[in-house]
Design a protein around this ligand. Sequence first.
Ligand code: AMP
Ligand code: GLY
Length: 422
Amino acid sequence: MNILLLGGGGREHAFAWKLTQSPACEQLFIAPGNAGTAQHGTNVQLSPNDFEQVGNFCLENAVSMVVVGPEEPLVRGIYDYFVENEHLQHIPVIGPSKEGAQLEGSKAYAKEFMAENNIPTAAYREFMQANLAEGLAYIEQHAMPIVLKADGLAAGKGVLIIKEKEEAKAALKEMLDGKFGAASAKVVIEEFLDGIEFSVFVLTDGKDYKILPVAKDYKRIGEGDTGLNTGGMGAISPVSFVDKELMADVENRIVKPTIKGLATRGIMYKGFVFIGLIKVNGEPFVIEYNCRMGDPETEVVLPRLQNDLLGLLEAVAKGELAEHTIIKDPRAATTIMLVSGGYPEAYEKGKSMSGLSAIKDSLLFHAGTKTQEGQLLTNGGRVLAITSYGNDFQAALAVSNENAKLVDFEGKYYRKDIGFDL
Ligand code: AMP
Ligand code: GLY
């Protein structure tokens, strides 16, 4: 079958690598893709958010499945667009409906969903310009630190953790005044949870679910988790402190009520649920939901998944996921992200890259790369993910760190301490 994969980062390269291992995958198209995805299929210059263009492409190229990498097309309703169009409804879209994607698209929606389903999460209130005074009073009587979250999508920048009341009040005013545009017209204020984070990925057909290998990502730019937040500087799988008991709690208190809650609301959800969790005093709490796989978590999760991924996605589309069992590679996987100098603030693109062919014993997943006149160039803040296997994450990390030295481009930076806190 022909597949269209939407997106163009490291996550999508990992998807392309894994999907094309399936005997059932005939042609893979990636829109827009990157220099890495081009090794596995055909990159096409389509905007994932232009549904009409995407739909026409599917019809013209006999595409029989659309796999959605990033959240934006899902939050904008690509699933619904296909289901509601008589020419497209035979083509399954892997991802939730527009309403299901609200779990990521609106923090307030997600919090209300969790409250309704008794899913453990930080206590919260939501505020808009109309009840600003109440918001300020709420901050005044609240313990510090406190967490302010723009309700809508804010490119990973919409969460502020603040230690001082006056600073929190000023931030609330700024957010409601449009600091993150329409995304912060509503602000969720919640209690700060002190613990250690991890990520659980669930694949669901709307009735049943399968839990994929657990992972932990490292979001800060600097070693020792310092400096600005990024899209993710590295990830590991599995995660040592996520033992059987904690996983059982996650499954019973969070995964099951999530899947059941979606069904109770009548929400179509055939795709990935990425649950950002924090372990506090031995108990799991939900920090956030995402309606897609994580990046760079995918670059360690898919390498540890031994199932035929396309087989699983076909089962999702048909509602037959219950018939499958997830098989995990017992080895650990660690990925490190090589980024452009300056990232996550201003950085330059178009730097020529070399040394990739010298790399042995690692998987290379391109993130921000492109080929121009036969030359490989950087094309984003996050450039290349280097994933390695090992008996434990340290052994895998050592291989990735060695290989990271071999890749060369101006301004190259990476963290060498992924997993440092375990
Ligand atoms: P989010 O976009 O909701 O994932 O938030 C981004 C990051 O902020 C998370 O990965 C956490 O590190 C942190 N964070 C969010 N909410 C909380 C919370 N209630 N307590 C502590 N840290 C939080
Ligand atoms: N690595 C975090 C994310 O994909 O949102």
